[in-house]
Design a protein around this ligand. Sequence first.
Ligand code: MLT
Length: 252
Amino acid sequence: MIPLKLTTRNDRGPALLLVHGFPLDHRIWQPQIEKLPFSIRLFVPDLRGCGASPLPPGPCGIDDYARDLLGLMNEQRVDRFYVAGHSMGGYIVFSLLRQAAGRILGAALVSSRALPDTEEGRRTREAVARRAELEGPGFLADSMPAKAVGDAPPAGVLDALRTIMSQAQPAGAAAAARAMAGRVDSTPGLARISCPVVVLAGRQDKIVPAAESEAMASGIPGARLVWCERSGHVPMLEEADLVTRELGALVR
Ligand code: MLT
């Protein structure tokens, strides 16, 4: 069992697990940690090799991140829970739904997608992984924040992204890039998802095209698609109140 760094708050109420994306850590959910009602029991881990969580030796795929989270919730004695995944965190939510659908009460997919990488995308991931191993995360912190936000991000968002990305663990970022490259196509399973789902998509997202968000939402029975009109790829920070409200509504 990997000792994941976990941020929690109160210990009562329905459980909500917040899963961060790449190359990030739990701090990307800071506005939600502060503003979600205290009637919700929050679990906000750093994934293996991210933030303050160790990266164990050996293979690391999207299913391994999901298994870590199931182990974490077991350890916390939480059987059934809600889950929100941002981008790579959404890929992990799909794996949770494949591995333990009966434990998931509802899911939010934030700026995420069901399709796998293209061949070209996989080659780019490998180049990113090698560069992270050789140079550290500085190049990610220099290049990714501007791509991750919409036209007019609120004050502080770019700096927050730079700070988190510049502190990413080189080996953890490399492992995550390779895990994303190896992820399976989640599209065939969409029609079998039976819990309530909300898809939150940034209208100005330069990483996940709008058409992919629409196709994903329409493939999941009963899923609601919510557009974050002023957001790029990180609506949790760009339209924090909207995302907080939607997560609160999912749990209610
Ligand atoms: C993320 O935000 O987790 C990544 O941008 C996802 C991706 O590159 O596919």
